[in-house]
Design a protein around this ligand. Structure first.
Ligand SMILES: [Zn+2]
Length: 43
């Protein structure tokens, strides 16, 4: 049987910031690999 896409995403680990390692909220997944705090620091 094929795994459903929902099961696949459920097994993914939570996204973490590439700089501070903080968890990135789902709503920011279209952004870079950095959390909002680090993103604001870059600019
Ligand atoms: Zn960060």
């Amino acid at each position: 049987m094929l795994m459903q896409s929902t099961e696949f995403f459920r097994n993914l680990p939570p996204k973490e910031c590439a700089k501070c390692g903080d968890k990135i909220e789902e709503m920011h997944e279209s952004y870079s690999n950095e959390c909002t705090h680090c993103e604001s620091k870059i600019i």
